[in-house]
Design a binder for this molecule. Structure first.
Ligand SMILES: CSCCC(=O)C(=O)COP(=O)(O)O
Ligand SMILES: [Mg+2]
Length: 241
């Protein structure tokens, strides 16, 4: 069955939706884990690193945590796949450099890139909203085995510039930033809590359920659902806020 939506923009989650969680956890996470110590030791003066370290100390309630303690916290958050903003900031710095060096090439499910190209060609606006930092998203879309997909994407949102993914206010903030009314936006995600928040903000939602992904068995509640992007048809008649 094909789901049809008359919208102006599609907002994409990454992990579990455009791309495999397994790749993120098995390739990207070890890559960052192996480099946290060097980043904390060598670049503590970098404002982005210093801000993230301060956030780690705040979140753990330990204002005097040294580099070793911060690294331990980052490792524990990785183990539980916690989407903590400072973890994502530091991972983003490490991954961006890894992609730029050619150590990393991003993963997209086979159905995703053709759909993104077709939707973009049809005049749909494409945005990303991921727990991965904007820096990580930029690198992710730039360094694919299908070439640079970043020109397809009009804007990137993360938990820093939009807020937590399970809060409706974050989706209101994104809608305002795009200049589109909520009912002209479609959010694709694998996580029911994110879909609930987007719907509470007035967006259309589709839960993406791919075999092997963490939320596959649980499902996406009463949201429309699709196994691949091929099952989604989007068209635009343009209407801005
Ligand atoms: C290029 S982002 C890397 C993936 C990641 O770290 C992440 O947390 C993605 O979470 P999402 O919100 O896209 O499910
Ligand atoms: Mg996801």
């Amino acid at each position: 069955m094909t789901l049809h939506f008359d919208v102006d923009a599609v907002v994409l989650d990454i992990e579990g939706t455009t791309s495999a969680t397994g790749f993120v956890v098995d390739v990207l996470y070890p890559y960052s884990r192996a480099r946290f110590a060097a980043l904390l030791a060598e670049r503590s003066g970098d404002p982005e690193v210093a801000r993230a370290v301060a956030q780690v100390r705040e979140l753990t309630g330990d204002p005097h945590a040294d580099a070793a303690a911060v690294e331990k916290t980052l490792g524990a958050w990785l183990d539980e796949d916690r989407k903590a903003t400072p973890l994502k900031t530091l991972q983003g710095l490490i991954w961006s450099e890894g992609f730029a060096r050619g150590d990393l090439v991003s993963h997209f499910y086979d159905d995703v890139v053709p759909a993104l190209r077709a939707w973009h060609a049809a005049g749909l606006r494409l945005y990303v909203y991921s727990s991965g930092s904007v820096a990580a998203q930029r690198a992710w879309f730039s360094s694919t085995s299908d070439g640079d997909l970043l020109p397809l994407v009009l804007g990137l949102y993360d938990t820093g510039n939009a807020g937590p993914k399970q809060e409706p206010e974050s989706y209101r903030r994104i809608a305002e930033s795009t200049g589109l009314v909520p009912e002209r936006l479609l959010f694709l995600s694998d996580r029911p809590g994110e879909l609930d928040a987007a719907r509470a903000a007035g967006w259309h939602t589709v839960g993406i359920r791919r075999p092997g992904e963490p939320y596959y068995e649980q499902g996406v509640g009463d949201h429309a659902q699709a196994g691949t992007f091929d099952e989604i048809s989007v068209g635009t008649t343009r209407s801005t806020a």
